[in-house]
Design a protein around this ligand. Structure first.
Ligand SMILES: Nc1ncnc2c1ncn2[C@@H]1O[C@H](COP(=O)(O)OP(=O)(O)O)[C@@H](O)[C@H]1O
Ligand SMILES: [Mg+2]
Length: 405
């Protein structure tokens, strides 16, 4: 870390100052600075020595208020990056410096510096970030995520971001009849570019209050990321929107558990099957250890009383917790949404299933009021003896599972 950059006002402050330790980086910086119309003499040799975070605090003491600081370093570590952002650094560039990357960073910093300062007002605004996770594929997690985003944005008029993290097979854009664009792909490839301006440009508008970020990455292109882009996006969303909805495939949860660090509500969507019961148990237990701060809402989707693999009561006893909301199996509504290119709730305003999804939205919006209350009371202990999931799982045939009540 060795290049604090000082932006300036017309009132006599230098537009910038750079402190760079090595000649190679100085050689890249000088021509870019000249392009910006700034004096190259202000690129100083030297820098904050060694320790990164200790000196960040020292730096804050000598910077004039409003100074935008860009750090440069060679440590490629998400935690460091997050710590730097948290300590107020605007951006962190990795060595070796690339002129294009440097130019982008300087232009963005300048834009941030000259933008009207309404940051304080928006920071004070409450933000609810919700992750929707399916216990298995096809349970309807994306259906519910897009519907929640629509309800918050169109009905509640809250500025909402929908982040579809199913990078290859996401349906967030598709279900709203939109093209995903390159926004999310660009973000993953270039996390350091993510800021307010970037999300404004890269996100696709679905309605006046809903912006979505998703991708349809080619299936021969593996996901190459350390997750920094996702964290940075979450951070920017917190400033720019009131609600964030993350469609979070369960494999992403395994690869990037840090994604849940700042999430307020986690909606677990499940179906009432044996396999889903097993995975709900595993996920709830994982969340208990890794996301204690978040409120968990368990939703059973595609519920067909009397026909399911496991009854609701048996499911609840095996997961040792109540299902908070049940959404009926409703093929007609699902088909209608697909045909209209609208979310499940928008396409079927009055259907029973759609009303249940609205209840999820209400539960999310009420979540902040009951912050640490564990979402739902555990199922009555007396039921526990009646069903033994472990023994059911060890039996070969699922036909031996208790039938629906
Ligand atoms: N309550 C429901 N009743 C009937 N079909 C549903 C319901 N919820 C979702 N679906 C359908 O199930 C399929 C899978 O849903 P999707 O949201 O893509 O699941 P996931 O994201 O969990 O893989 C879609 O065709 C969707 O329309
Ligand atoms: Mg999905």
């Amino acid at each position: 870390m060795n290049a604090p950059w000082k932006a300036g006002t017309p009132g006599g402050r230098d537009p910038y100052q750079a402190y760079i330790c090595d000649d190679a980086a100085l050689d890249v910086l000088r021509p870019v600075v000249v392009e910006m119309g700034w004096a190259p003499e202000k690129c100083n040799k030297g820098g904050l020595r060694n320790a990164v975070l200790n000196d960040i605090n020292a730096l804050a003491e000598v910077c004039e208020p409003g100074t935008v600081v860009i750090a440069i370093g060679q440590v490629n570590d998400v935690r460091l990056y997050r710590d730097l952002l948290a300590s107020g650094i605007h951006d962190y560039l990795l060595k070796p410096l690339q002129p294009a990357m440097l130019r982008d960073a300087l232009v963005n910093a300048q834009a941030v510096f000259s933008a009207p300062k309404f940051a304080d007002a928006s920071a004070a605004k409450q933000h609810i970030s919700t992750a929707v996770i399916g216990t298995r594929g096809g349970v309807g997690a994306s259906t519910i995520a897009t519907s929640l985003a629509w309800l918050f944005s169109a009905e509640n008029k809250q500025p909402t971001a929908l982040l579809d993290l199913d990078i290859h097979f996401g349906t967030g854009a598709l279900s709203l009849d939109l093209e995903p664009g390159r926004g999310l792909t660009d973000a993953i490839e270039n996390p350091s570019r993510i800021d307010g301006l970037f999300i404004e440009r890269a996100m696709i508008r679905a309605n006046d209050n809903l912006a979505i970020l998703s991708a349809e990455a080619p299936i021969n292109m593996p996901l190459m990321t350390d997750g920094a882009a996702f964290l940075q996006l979450e951070e920017e969303f917190r400033h720019a929107f009131e609600m964030t909805v993350i469609d979070l495939p369960r494999n992403m949860l395994i690869n990037f558990p840090q994604l849940l660090a700042d999430v307020n509500v986690i909606v677990i969507v499940t179906e009432l099957t044996l396999a889903a019961a097993r995975d709900t148990i595993r996920m709830l237990s994982w969340l208990k250890t890794n996301a204690q701060h978040a409120q968990v809402i368990v939703v059973a989707n595609k519920v067909q009383p009397g026909v399911g693999e496991i009854s609701k009561t048996d499911f609840e006893s095996s997961i040792e917790r109540r299902i908070d909301i049940s959404v009926a199996y409703d093929l007609k509504s699902a088909a209608n949404a697909a045909k209209l290119g609208k979310t499940f709730c928008e396409a079927n305003r009055a259907s029973k299933a759609s009303v249940a999804v609205r209840d999820i939205a209400k539960a999310v919006m009420g979540a902040s009021d009951v912050a640490s209350e564990d979402g739902a009371a555990p199922a009555k202990k007396s039921l526990l003896g009646k069903i033994d999931l472990k023994s059911m799982l060890s039996k070969k045939s699922p036909a031996t599972a208790p039938s629906a009540a």
